[in-house]
Design a binder for this molecule. Structure first.
Ligand code: ARG
Length: 652
């Protein structure tokens, strides 16, 4: 049921033959911001007044006169300077809701003209622990994947794993020099991540030491500036401003210094690590050499890479398993390596790429720096792989659109990549960077543990499940709610609530903004959380169970819905907007639209439940009608959450 498009098409018909481009004017029909004005509002008359040489109110009156809409709406009213307010007929709402309730797809049809999408998301860098930043790409990408597919589009999901990067040089070097073979035999993944962290730690130490003196000097200089500012006469206009700016400067310099110290201290405090740092001077360069050897195809390096890769991938897959995330392909960067020389050659032959300073570059209009696709030393870059990947995807999947769900910091990379793709003639394809903000800790800074390392993802999932167990399955609450749950059921509920909470906290925020990661808040049963929505779902399931009436897809046709109370009418209206919301969600690829909608439905259900007795309704007919409304709500909540990758439970 797409009410909005239906209303718009009626307006289009009314305007047809009277004004130019009726569709663009009809697009100004929208959900009413203030329900007191009705359900929908058309702001059509004002923009048409001038071109038609009429008063807006007269335009509105003429639109209403031409409009054939009385099968759907009460007679439209005109307000203020010419707003046309529409209120759907109760009988229409009721019959549509009954139809939707009887449909296993909640009345959502598959699009008439499906598009082909390639969706590039998750893409962690193998052999490094997957961290909270990867949640965003994985969860947003998965939600878009599910929603696009549900609407009937074709989606190829491809996890562009970073399986060929410099981290392998680090691990190979670490393995060759620092490995503990018995540990490796026992738990290879743990040993590899220990080696990665060890090499990273030593490199961090070695690169920080030379910067230390300058950073200390900067703090002192800023402190001197502060002292000078403080010493200014109290009536100096600039004094306050200068003090503030010096204080800010001190904080920044201190942050930099603290960052360096965080890298230096753990090594400096360990004799063992200090010895390694001395023996392996210039470790960064040594590790880079290992990466070069790997990329050149050195058999020993390749053998180690082949030994390590599956280990790490198995671990990543276990996280996907927990999150119920699945990909059609996981080609990864290494897959494209053999194609890179050809990609560069083709670009050079076509004149797109040129030599500059020994490197091969693409100069793009609107960008200062060129896109380097081959370095002077012959090495290929991230961008080269992405160009080859585009060629491959266009050839094999013929997509209408390629979407990249990646951190906002890669914005410039993608703008250049898309400009290059367009310059290569791929103008018909839609390229989108589905960019997202940073995950912050409760201190407002990028989310990290106290030691400064990024927390592993598995650990975070465990924590959310644990918190959900405390918040939802604690004996006190269960007893009050009259829920007798086995330990198994409690675990299962905590799992669905905890994992859902992690996803919903992410998806409910506009993806371009940063958000604060707080497992305690995200599992709360009150507020804008999935736990709240899941709780409403469980409540309505409990009503349906207690009713003793069998309401399901097959029997629902025997129920007649009647909308008497304002709360049930509002709920019906919202439920019928489900399909419109799904289209809006994928219009600019914002899962937050769907998340916000579901929260709205859950809240509206709570008011309905408050104001409209179901089990003890006055008459049997009202009782049946309300049971049908509960059923319809349950379907939308379950289906909607599923499109966000979130489950429900029948009792909680
Ligand atoms: N592995 C990359 C990273 O973690 C993300 C890859 C995104 N996809 C792409 N086609 N570039 O930064």
């Amino acid at each position: 049921m797409q009410i909005l498009s239906l209303l718009r098409s009626r307006f289009e018909q009314a305007l047809d033959g009277w004004v130019a481009d009726p569709a663009s004017h009809a697009a100004r029909v929208a959900v009413a911001r203030d329900p007191r004005n009705g359900d929908y509002q058309a702001n059509i008359a004002m923009p048409l007044a001038k071109p038609l040489g009429m008063k807006p109110q007269d335009v509105a009156a003429e639109v209403v006169r031409r409009l054939q809409i009385d099968d759907l709406c009460e007679p439209p009213t005109i307000a203020g300077p010419g707003f046309i307010n529409l209120k759907l007929k109760d009988a229409y709402l009721a019959s549509q809701l009954a139809e939707q309730a009887a449909d296993s797809r909640c009345g959502v049809s598959r699009v008439a003209a499906p598009r082909r999408y390639v969706l590039d998301y998750s893409a962690p860098n193998v052999a490094k622990p997957m961290h909270v930043g990867h949640i965003r790409s994985t969860v947003i990408g998965d939600a878009l994947n599910r929603t696009l597919r549900f609407l009937g589009h074709h989606v190829v999901s491809d996890n562009h794993l970073g399986d060929w990067g410099t981290q392998f040089g680090m691990i190979i070097y670490g393995y060759q020099h620092f490995a503990d073979q018995p540990s490796f035999a026992q738990d290879p993944v743990a040993e590899l991540s220990r080696l990665y962290r060890l090499v990273q730690q030593i490199i961090g130490y070695q690169s920080s030491i030379p910067k230390l003196a300058a950073a200390q000097a900067a703090v002192e200089a800023a402190q001197a500036r502060l002292a000078a500012a403080v010493a200014l006469p109290a009536d100096n206009k600039d004094r306050k401003k200068q003090i503030k700016s010096a204080e800010k400067e001190i904080r920044n310099c201190q942050d930099t210094l603290a960052g360096l110290n965080a890298k230096i201290e753990p090594v400096a405090q360990s004799t063992e690590l200090m010895q390694l740092a001395t023996e392996h001077a210039g470790l960064e360069t040594r590790a880079q050499l290992e990466t070069v050897k790997l990329h050149e195809g050195n058999p020993d390096s390749i053998a180690l890479w082949q030994k390590f890769l599956p280990l790490s991938i198995t671990e990543i897959e276990s996280v996907y398993e927990r999150l119920d995330v699945h990909f059609d392909h996981t080609y990864g960067e290494s897959f494209y390596h053999p194609m890179l020389a050809g990609t560069v050659q083709k670009l050079v032959d076509s004149g797109m790429a040129v030599e500059s300073d020994g490197a091969t570059c693409i100069f793009l209009e609107g960008f200062e720096a060129p896109m380097i696709i081959r370095k002077r030393d012959g090495a290929f870059l991230y961008a080269t792989t992405d160009l080859a990947t585009i060629d491959y995807r266009l050839e094999h999947f013929q997509p209408d659109a390629i979407l990249y769900v990646v951190d906002h910091r890669q914005g410039e990379h993608f703008q250049k990549l898309f400009a290059a793709a367009r310059a290569c003639g791929h103008e018909a394809t839609e390229f989108q960077h589905i960019s997202f903000g940073t995950v912050l800790g409760t201190d407002g800074k990028p989310f990290k543990t106290r030691s400064g390392s990024v927390i592993g993802l598995d650990y975070l999932l465990d924590e959310a499940v644990e918190r959900a167990h405390q918040a939802v399955c604690n004996p006190d609450r269960l007893q009050k709610a009259g829920l007798d749950m086995s330990a198994d059921e409690r675990l299962q509920v905590a799992n669905v609530v905890g994992l859902g909470a992690i996803k919903f906290a992410d998806l409910s925020h506009n993806r371009t903004s940063d958000y604060e990661f707080n497992t305690e808040k995200m599992v709360q049963l009150e507020g804008n959380t999935s736990a709240y929505i899941q709780y409403m779902y469980a409540r309505l399931q409990s009503i349906l169970r207690k009713s003793g009436v069998d309401v399901n897809q097959d029997t629902i046709a025997d129920f007649t819905i009647e909308l008497q109370e304002p709360a049930e009418r509002s709920l019906a209206l919202q439920l019928l907007q489900f399909e419109d919301m799904l289209h809006l969600t994928v219009e600019e690829y914002y899962p937050s639209v769907l998340a916000g909608y579901l929260y709205g439905v859950a809240k509206q259900f709570a008011s309905f439940f408050d104001q409209c007795p179901v089990l003890i309704a006055e008459t049997d007919a009202i009782r049946k009608s309300r049971l049908a409304v509960c059923h319809a709500t349950g379907q939308v909540l379950r289906q909607g959450l599923d499109l966000l990758g979130i489950g429900v439970v029948d009792r909680m």
